[in-house]
Design a protein around this ligand. Structure first.
Ligand code: HEC
Length: 262
């Protein structure tokens, strides 16, 4: 109470009135304040680290050449610096990336790669430009996707679930039909189950001792599922590209704060 009175009047008992002092107190308070922290989920730092390694690892792509970061790179604002991304069948990074004449993509990725800032906020309930992935409590896994009944349950949220899709797309990550076991499974319509594309990607990851150890430390020695990979990727994206402490955000907090409007 005493503190808030001091703040409003800009001076404490026995202190000289001074706007500078009031402003300094206000600035110190604002700087100490994690804006919106109460709404932003907490992530286990070990899961975030694991997600970071996976995000930059081309092992998730059929031909082991494309990582999530190929199209969502921090150097290009978590996108790729081009209008339409080039995934499998490309070489180089960002605006330098070119289709490889020896292994041309079948089609251009038809949309611009979105930036990944602040997607961990619970207010983001819909993913993709056309909203084709959305929170929906009426669905068995709590998420509506174009996959309908093939959708797997166990994702921490829509951000994690989103990662199921780029790994299946031939021109983003899985590669041409027949080039590798993941793209072959996709073309045969095998997504779920032991022979499915997600299980094949997961088996690759789980065969790498460092990843196996990191998953075991997080969740015990049981089998790793694609949902675990997806949840780690989602945790990394959310934690890494959380950006809510700009002067603009602090002003927004100030305007909404009951403390200062009283
Ligand atoms: C070949 C480029 C490419 C690769 C590789 C790629 N993405 Fe994307 N990403 C895109 C494009 C293009 C979109 C927009 C697609 C749409 O809206 O239809 C997108 C959308 C997203 C979104 C949705 C963001 C939003 O606001 O709706 C997320 C999250 C995402 N990607 C994460 C990932 C992750 C994780 C990986 C790795 C597993 C990955 N991406 C691999 C190009 C790529």
């Amino acid at each position: 109470m005493g503190e808030s009175l001091r703040l409003r009047s800009g001076r404490g008992p026995g202190e000289a009135p001074g706007r500078a002092r009031g402003a300094a107190v206000l600035a110190a308070l604002l700087l100490a304040l994690p804006a919106g922290a109460e709404e932003f989920p907490h992530f286990d730092p070990d899961e975030v680290k694991l997600g970071q390694l996976l995000f930059y690892d081309p092992v998730l792509s059929g031909n082991r050449e494309v990582a999530c970061a190929t199209c969502h790179h921090p150097r290009f604002g978590t996108s790729d610096g081009v209008s339409l991304g080039i995934g499998d069948g490309g070489a180089g990074l960002g605006p330098e990336r070119r289709p490889d004449p020896e292994n041309l993509p079948e089609r251009r990725v038809p949309r611009n790669a979105t930036a990944l800032f602040n997607l961990g906020y619970p207010e983001f309930r819909v993913m993709f430009h056309d909203g084709r992935l959305e929170e929906d409590p009426a669905q068995p896994g709590g998420i509506r996707t174009p996959l309908g009944a093939e959708m797997v349950a166990g994702f921490d949220g829509v951000l994690a679930a989103q990662t199921m899709f780029p790994v299946l797309s031939q021109d983003e990550m899985s590669g041409h039909y027949g080039e590798n076991e993941v793209s072959t499974a996709v073309r045969q319509g095998l997504l779920t189950g032991e022979d499915g594309a997600w299980a094949r990607i997961t088996a690759r990851v789980a065969a790498i001792p460092d990843y196996r150890d990191r998953f075991a430390a997080l969740q015990g020695d049981g089998p790793v599922g694609f949902t675990d990979i997806a949840n780690a990727l989602g945790a990394f994206i959310a934690a890494e590209w959380r950006a809510d402490d700009s002067p603009y955000d602090l002003c927004g907090w100030l305007l909404h704060s009951k403390t200062f409007l009283r």
